[in-house]
Design a protein. Sequence first.
Length: 134
Amino acid sequence: GVAVAIVTTLLLTPRPPVPDAVLAQVPLEEPLANTMPGMGVVHAQFEPFHGVVPLLTDLDGGPCLVLTSNTNVTYGMFGGSCTGPGLQPVADIRLWEGMAAPPEILELLRDERVVRFTLVGDTVEVTRSALREE
């Protein structure tokens, strides 16, 4: 009875995907100064992932995860998400027709359905979702 229920629950409980990469914080680069237009103060910058640079900002007291192509924001933002205090922001990006982005980012997204960036403590976890199920 009880042992079967516990085993069944463990087998049927979905597990979070293992991240494809974990990005560490790096020193803020000068072009960012300390602000990102419309997204509050920039608190942290993370390692780039295939040309995507995650930034931690704040807006209205909650953390925001903003995705841009580089630190001078040539192509603007690709995605972003703000949450309330105590929650971890998640930002997804996907390729769309006419997307203006550096070749490195277009190449990353060409073979993926979604690339998810999740703030976890002092790092950003990256999880890629394949275009087709294997």
